[in-house]
Design a protein around this ligand. Structure first.
Ligand SMILES: [Zn+2]
Length: 347
């Protein structure tokens, strides 16, 4: 393809955005040069990644530790029934789906859990970090990383019919710890306990993606960035905005620069999203799936593909990843999960 043809195709694909005066031809080029990390690719992460991919953000890194299940399909817009049937890791399924509607951008899939140990590698080079997580432990970790390295990030959360989002611009606006020194009450309910409406997810994702586009374009779009904690309930229509343009001088993270979450080591096993499951944070145990399938065959039902191995032994279900990480469903007891792991995978 000649240079002119490539240019023409680019201008054609993004013509409606280029026509929009806030973006224009120059803004579209800046989006193409943009690198965004989406941490967590459930409902919010799917919607954000989908919007940014279609908008032409040049490089999307999608990081997710989980796999697709049928109960995800109601709201996680990048996945379909075959992804759930295959238990595909969400990061892989998302990258495959994005490639079907925008093959001209780079989508990097990372099947991993963001931890203090690997955050520098996973978020390396990102211009903006997007929050698609479902827990405050990871959000405070992202906040520490972003504040320490002066990288903007967009906090987003949705549960029930309610969604909330805030831009964190290190050195300028309040950070997550300025507003919520501790995990906020009221929104620590999970999608398992309170359910979730896909419409609440999409409202928040749309706003977060719009703010990311402004951030990537820079001047003059950046002057339109929202400097509030914004929330909306699509059921009751309640709406609130809390000022967040100023940092709190005594904030642990952006004031005292005490990055406790980043320094966290040896974190305990995490009980995931109220789903009656425990994650085993093993990562230096390469697993040969074919060999494991043979070994576990007499112990229960087992099947695998290139990305995951699933093993069922009533009442438990274990999903094993190639680096040795596992999600064990059917218990919230970390001791039980650890002993199942030791018995079937290794101690
Ligand atoms: Zn702060």
């Amino acid at each position: 393809m000649t240079k002119d043809t490539i240019k023409h195709r680019f201008e054609e694909r993004y013509s409606r955005q280029i026509l929009f005066s806030g973006i224009g031809a120059e803004g579209q080029k800046r989006l193409a040069a943009g690198r965004v990390a989406v941490v967590g690719c459930g409902a919010t992460g799917s919607a954000i990644a989908s919007l940014l991919a279609r908008a032409g953000v040049g490089t999307l890194r999608i990081i997710d530790r989980d796999y697709v299940e049928p109960s995800n399909l109601q709201r996680q817009s990048l996945f379909d029934e075959s992804d759930a049937a295959e238990s595909l890791p969400k990061a892989i399924a998302a990258a495959q789906k994005i490639a079907t509607f925008n093959s001209e951008i780079i989508t990097e899939a990372r099947v991993d859990d963001v931890t203090p140990q690997n955050i520098n590698v996973l978020l390396d080079n990102a211009h903006v970090i997007l929050d698609g997580t479902d827990n405050y432990e990871t959000r405070y970790l992202l906040n520490d990383y972003a504040v320490k390295n002066s990288i903007p990030w967009v906090y987003s959360a949705a549960v029930g019919s309610y969604g909330v989002t805030m831009n964190v611009l290190p050195g300028s606006t309040a950070c997550l710890a300025c507003i919520f020194p501790e995990s906020p009450r009221g929104i620590v309910e999970t999608c398992e306990t309170s359910g979730i409406l896909n419409t609440a997810v999409n409202v928040v994702a749309s706003i977060a993606a719009s703010e990311t586009i402004k951030l990537l374009i820079g001047e003059p779009a950046i002057t339109s960035l929202r400097k509030t904690l914004w929330s909306f309930d699509v059921w009751t229509n309640e709406h609130a905005e809390i000022a967040a343009e100023r940092r709190r001088a005594d904030c642990r993270a952006c004031g005292e620069r005490d990055f406790v979450h980043l320094a966290g080591e040896g974190r305990p096993h995490i009980t995931m999203c109220g789903r009656n499951s425990v994650q085993i944070h093993e990562r230096a145990r390469p697993i040969d799936f074919a060999e494991m399938q043979r070994r576990l065959g007499s112990q229960g039902t087992v099947r695998h593909n290139e990305f995951v191995l699933k093993f069922w032994r009533e009442p438990y279900e274990m999903t094993l990843f190639p680096d040795g990480r596992a999600i064990i469903k059917g218990t919230t007891d970390t001791g039980v999960a650890r002993s199942l792991y030791a018995r079937y995978v290794g101690s």
